[in-house]
Write a protein that binds this ligand. Structure first.
Ligand SMILES: C[S@@+](CC[C@H](N)C(=O)[O-])C[C@H]1O[C@@H](n2cnc3c(N)ncnc32)[C@H](O)[C@@H]1O
Ligand code: SF4
Length: 468
């Protein structure tokens, strides 16, 4: 346990995340006290600890940032570097992403690439020398940044549309997303669909009046296909068309021939059929209520008719390296256009977290994720987007792989934050991107479906004001 004190409360929350990552890897207790001061040209940090006798180290960094916001970012960066270096010295532990704790390492890398004067060196040098990101993770990040370059959004007028469907057949043990199990909450589907249709009508008027070009529509969840053909048909009839149109079906047990025909009739050209694992015992354990054979059946219905994504999760409960390897190999053999490899994270609200499930450790997580990277790369897939979550096994990441030419631009846009997103439904967060300031502002609908339904008029007027 690391007892951390920082002279500035404002930064303590962010820095705690880094401390927590070390905490989960070391035994024993020790203190870590951080103080800093700033002059016009230098930022100096002093770190002290009782772990080694009189441990006290001073770090001095040259100040470059101008303006309040940039100055805060720079200060946090220096503090993280000083704390990380001290903890590596005190514990002997190094982390795969070094001192980086953020969700979007590729966005950061691309930003440094485009303004090296701010850092005084190349993005690669900053990641290697200042942040201590491992060579393997730098390779991953650089490959993703390279694949994304021609696909990044270039115009404020090009936007995405997102629609959230908060229902699932049952609740998976690891899931902390907003989602209502249909066996208990079916009665909410119809009022939810009615409210969503009202919001989509408003969205369509906005798109028309502002002459917006929609580059991608993403129907996410939850499990959008779990609400049945008729309900989803109504929703899709109210959606704008787009060159890329994804339905995140997810659960293979919600896809049949009638559903596929309806999706195709609306121009849907991308779908998720998510195994998570091909191991039936694990599927039972995590409460998915479908079996490996359902994955094959659902896949056979959509293969060749639209691009298919398959989600997998490394470090599912009781899974060995061989279980995960088999899931990667099976997905690879089916050859969908996209495979997304998540690493298990445990957040509040998931059954696994509530039941105190302990994950099987850092080394296994790394072996699994490295295997997926090597196997998929050798099979011709390229990593094209990534994000990190708090409380992830091995402090690792989630990576979307794609066959070249089949990358999902919505996934890139949401992670790189350079596109406005008009979002509808409960839990939906609209994002407005201002290119000249490179700034994102947000407007969130109520998270819980019942609250969304009860307050639909407020949701509509909030969204209308936001996009004015
Ligand atoms: C928003 S979920 C929706 C997908 C769909 N409902 C399904 O489960 O097939 C997207 C993906 O996030 C991943 N995911 C969800 N919870 C996770 C967790 N706790 N750890 C790792 N990955 C997780 C799963 O791979 C899931 O398919
Ligand atoms: S993982 Fe997917 S299917 Fe499972 S509860 Fe979460 S959103 Fe629903």
């Amino acid at each position: 346990m690391i007892h951390f004190t920082c002279c500035n409360e404002e930064y303590a929350g962010d820095l705690m995340e880094l401390i927590r990552l070390f905490d989960s890897r070391v035994d024993g207790e020790f203190s870590l006290d951080v103080n800093y001061s700033r002059s016009a040209r230098a930022f100096s940090v002093t770190v002290r600890s009782d772990k080694l006798e009189n441990f006290s180290k001073k770090f001095i960094y040259p100040v470059k940032a101008d303006g309040d916001l940039l100055r805060k970012r720079e200060e946090k960066r220096f503090l993280k570097m000083a704390i990380y270096n001290s903890l590596v010295f005190l514990t002997g532990v190094r982390l795969p992403y070094g001192c980086l704790t953020g969700i979007r390492p590729t966005k950061l890398y691309a930003e440094i690439e485009s303004s090296p004067e701010m850092y005084g060196k190349s993005a690669r040098e900053v990641f290697e020398e200042d942040y201590d990101v491992s060579p393997r993770k730098i390779e991953l990040i650089e490959r993703i940044v390279e694949v994304q370059k021609p696909l990044r959004n270039k115009s404020e007028r090009d936007m995405d549309a997102f629609v959230f469907i908060p229902f699932c057949p049952t609740r998976c043990a690891y899931c902390s997303f907003v989602s209502l199990p249909l066996d208990k909450q079916k009665k909410l589907v119809s009022p939810y669909v009615d409210c969503l249709l009202r919001e989509l009508e408003q969205t369509n008027e906005l798109i028309k009046s502002k002459n917006i070009h929609i580059r991608s529509v993403y129907i996410g969840g939850g499990t959008p296909t779990s609400i049945g053909v008729d309900n989803l048909d109504k929703i899709l009839s109210h959606c704008h068309s787009a060159p890329e149109f994804t339905v995140e079906a997810g659960r293979p047990d919600t896809i049949d021939r009638e559903m596929v025909e309806m999706l195709l009739s609306h121009g849907v050209n991308r779908i998720s059929v998510n195994p998570q694992t091909f191991n039936d015992a694990t599927l039972e354990l995590i409460g998915r209520k479908h079996r490996a054979r359902d994955i094959y059946n659902a896949y056979a219905l959509v293969k060749g008719k639209m691009d298919v994504n398959m989600d997998l999760i490394a470090m599912l409960p009781n899974e060995t390296f061989d279980d995960f390897k088999r899931s990667v190999d099976m997905s690879c053999a089916l050859a969908p256009e996209n495979i997304t490899v998540h690493t298990l994270y445990m957040k509040k609200g998931s059954r696994l977290k509530n039941e105190g499930f302990e994950d099987a450790g850092f080394d296994l997580a790394s072996r699994m994720v490295d295997y997926a990277y090597d196997k998929l790369s050798a099979a011709g897939y390229k990593p094209y987007y990534m994000y990190r979550q708090k409380y992830t096994s091995g402090n690792l990441e989630n990576v979307g792989y794609s066959k070249p030419g089949h990358e999902c631009v919505y996934n890139i846009d949401i992670m790189e934050e350079d596109t406005s997103i008009i979002a509808s439904g409960a839990n939906a967060i609209s994002k407005k991107w201002e290119a000249d300031k490179n700034l994102i502002t947000r407007c969130a609908n109520y998270k819980e479906p019942l609250e969304y339904i009860k307050n639909i008029d407020l949701m509509l007027s909030r969204q209308a004001d936001f996009w004015k």
